[in-house]
Design a protein around this ligand. Structure first.
Ligand code: HEC
Length: 714
């Protein structure tokens, strides 16, 4: 039986590649599919609900099950034998311009995993061999809308015989789980959402519906919403807006009328933000969907909503009734968000005893530094204790009012300054793992400060110009910002930690520092192991009781913001993670699967430090250099990295100080002509003139000369 199935897989694979041959092969394909279906059973609500206990070898939903606890009952790999863990297989699915952020799903021996361009790979989970590939042929010009690099995707939902993916160009697609054939494809954009957007989050599917939000609140006018689609047909079941629109027009639903009371100025002209770009959690006990809502846009409330109040539902957790699409309750973690403090981080649901009574709880560690425990029934705030010492913006959460007590000395509108957490948050989307028996949350966080200030133009004129491309934080850029930073003094030290946190007492059972600032998510297992990929390329296993490192595996890429999960097939347990690519050695994003006594290996080439090549000798004016600085930091730094400015966005594009003379010559073609659009380098034809591009080049060449002098002086 099993050999027949594996032959069927090999027959299936070419069907996707030979589109013309589809009809000829269909007969074979459907035999293969039905054989396959015998193994890959249909995933439905009951299976996902019971999977953690009843089928711990599978990982059926983004967060493992609907509860999103990411805690595995598997024990084959455990504290005593983890030293023999080794690579079982690897499979490159991405290129080096992508950030690999997905969580692979595993259903009955098949792994479903995506790359940055939302391409779905169905792999044999025992060896990484392709079963089918579905490429949604994403419009790559959407890279221009991305906050954080050309392309990323956090994964799929598998449900009712289909696999669902949200695409980087804003579609939601259903494909047949056995064959990879497309079933339906809908554009989730609606004009009421204002601008177009990327989807990077994983859809969730439950109760016959598929739920999806969107990202890109940094790319100009954006208004967040979540849509529930019928899983069968792709028809809209309901849509819940997260920020009110123009109040002179009818409100889409009553919650928007209420929310509009909490905004000031003409917020609808900016859009307001509030995108649900990551966490959506289904709760079968209440038939509700929890929506983690993102930050405000533009970031400063003085620009976005002058004279406003809480700006609902920014940075909130909302419970929506899945049958009606109406709100049950909401809780706002950061009223009047002013710092990019999203509440879109992963949410976990579980049970915790409070005063002898078992409460059904929702747990979240959003960017703002506090760990929230809410009652899922009514949204009552049960705990909100700091999970980090690095919180400057607020003193505490007042449990009487349920609101933060903002720090009166930390007002960047009055005094631009370094503030923790940074806009990237003390904890971001990197997944957490909850041991419901012990009441401990395992996760990684970091203390990083960002320099907060208002936009130069806004300070001078009271007007703010929103850009359709690149970031629009409203914080000031380039030379202006650098001057304020010089006046304010050095950036406070950064440090990342991993630990086992008790959200009821606000204490850590153990906590350990990490080497790099940006790392991957975690998974803990009943085998008393905590797996976590690190930014420096170490894949690490620790003892869940003490935090002691028990095992490490070094890779030639990084694990910044990647994810990890564990599964089992034919009585063999695997741990899988995704590695980001490495431009220096032309290595693309790769799935890695480990098992005890695995025998695979990865090439470990030497990585040489790149030196600045020969530079153009052109002379530039001070004015050119300074406007190029501002333009570079507003339009290019989100992917190519800040130069001389604190910037903790992952750098996914080449260091432009290292451009060769050849690239300098091609620069106009690349930036304005769009010659590298397929590689994720957006074309700036409408955004940048030739003269402006020359100023960016002036800034880059000047910076490259400085770097060259520094390299030669060593
Ligand atoms: C959305 C992310 C993104 C943004 C924003 C972006 N780039 Fe790029 N850029 C890339 C990627 C990815 C590549 C690598 C393409 C490849 O692999 O060939 C690249 C490559 C380039 C290259 C070729 C570099 C080399 O050494 O081969 C130049 C020049 C360049 N970008 C200029 C710019 C300029 C100027 C801006 C701002 C006006 C900008 N880019 C903004 C993603 C971006």
């Amino acid at each position: 039986m099993s050999t027949m199935i594996s032959r069927a897989k090999r027959i299936l694979a070419p069907i996707k590649h030979l589109a013309a041959a589809t009809t000829v092969l269909l007969g074979l394909g459907s035999i293969a599919a039905s054989l396959y279906a015998a193994e890959a059973r249909i995933v439905d609500d009951q299976r996902i609900i019971n999977a953690a206990q009843q089928e711990p070898g599978n990982w059926l939903s983004y967060g493992q099950t609907y509860k999103e606890q990411r805690f595995s009952q598997l024990t084959q790999i455990n504290k005593d034998n983890v030293s023999t863990l080794n690579l079982a297989w690897s499979k490159q699915i991405g290129d080096y311009n992508m950030r690999m952020q997905g969580t692979p799903l595993v259903v009955d021996g098949v792994m479903y995993v995506t790359n940055g361009w939302s391409v779905i790979y169905a792999l044999d989970a025992t060896n990484g061999e392709e079963i089918w590939i579905y490429d949604p042929e994403v419009d790559r010009s959407y890279a221009r809308l991305s906050c954080c690099g050309p392309a990323h995707n956090r994964g799929v939902a598998v449900y009712d015989g289909k696999v669902f993916v949200g695409t980087f160009d804003g579609r939601l697609i259903a494909v047949d789980a056995n064959t990879g054939e497309e079933v339906w494809d809908v554009d989730t954009f609606i004009p009421e959402g204002l601008g177009r957007f990327n989807i990077t989050g994983a859809p969730r599917a439950a109760a016959g519906k598929v739920f999806i939000g969107q990202g890109s609140s940094e790319s100009g006018h954006r208004r967040g919403y979540v849509t529930a689609y019928d899983a069968d047909t792709g028809g809209v079941a309901w849509r819940f807006f997260l920020v009110p629109g123009d109040p002179s027009k009818p409100f889409e639903h009553p919650e928007m009328e209420m929310a509009a009371q909490t905004w000031g100025g003409e917020w609808w002209k900016y859009g307001g933000g509030g995108t649900a770009w990551n966490s959506l959690v289904y709760d079968e006990e209440f038939n509700s969907l929890y929506i983690g809502v993102g930050n405000g846009a533009p970031w400063p409330r003085e620009i976005r909503s002058p004279g406003g109040g809480d700006d609902l539902f920014l940075s909130s957790i909302i419970s929506v009734d899945v049958a009606s699409g109406r709100m049950n309750w909401y809780y706002q973690t950061t009223p009047g968000d002013n710092w990019d403090y999203s509440s879109a981080m992963d949410m976990t649901i579980g049970e915790i005893e409070f005063g002898g009574e078992m409460r059904k709880v929702l747990l979240q560690a959003p960017k703002n530094g506090f760990f929230y425990v809410l009652d899922r029934n009514d949204g009552e705030l049960l705990r909100a204790l700091p999970y980090t010492d690095g919180i400057d913006w607020a003193e505490r959460i007042d449990m009487e009012t349920g609101r933060p007590v903002e720090n009166p000395d930390v007002v960047y509108e009055v005094k631009p300054q370094w503030i923790m957490p940074a806009n990237g948050g003390a904890h971001n989307w990197e997944p957490q793992s909850w041991d419901n028996d012990l009441g401990l949350m395992y996760f990684y966080y970091h203390d990083i400060a960002n320099f907060y200030s208002l936009d130069e133009g806004f300070v001078e004129t009271g007007e703010y110009e929103i850009r359709e491309r690149g970031l629009s934080p409203g914080w000031g850029e380039g030379e202006y910002r650098r001057r304020l930073i010089a006046e304010a003094g050095p950036q406070p030290d950064s440090q990342a930690y991993i630990g086992a946190f008790d959200p009821v007492t606000g204490s850590y059972k153990w906590r350990q520092p990490l080497e790099t600032e940006i790392n991957g998510g975690v998974v803990a297992t009943k085998g008393e192991l905590l797996f976590h990929p690190e930014g420096n390329g170490d894949f690490t296993a620790r003892d869940t009781n003490t935090g002691e490192v028990l095992w490490q595996y070094k890779v030639p890429g990084t694990f910044r913001s990647t994810s990890v999960m564990t599964y089992s097939v034919n009585d063999t347990q695997y741990v899988a993670t995704l590695m980001n690519g490495n431009r220096a050695i032309d290595l693309g994003g790769t799935v890695l699967a480990f098992k005890l006594n695995g025998e695979a290996s990865l090439p470990m080439p030497e990585i040489a430090e790149a030196t600045v090549p020969e530079l153009p000798t052109t002379e530039f004016t001070g004015e050119q250099i300074s406007s190029g600085d501002t333009l570079y930091h507003s339009q290019c730094a989100s992917c190519h990295g800040g130069i001389g400015i604190a910037n903790e966005v992952a750098i996914v594009a080449p260091n432009l100080r290292l451009m060769t003379l050849q690239t300098h010559a091609e620069m106009e073609n690349i930036v304005i002509g769009g010659s590298r659009a397929q590689q994720g380098m957006p074309d700036f034809e409408e955004a940048i003139t030739r003269n402006q591009l020359e100023t960016i080049r002036a800034f880059l060449v000047t910076q490259a000369r400085q770097l060259q002098q520094f390299q030669q002086s060593r």
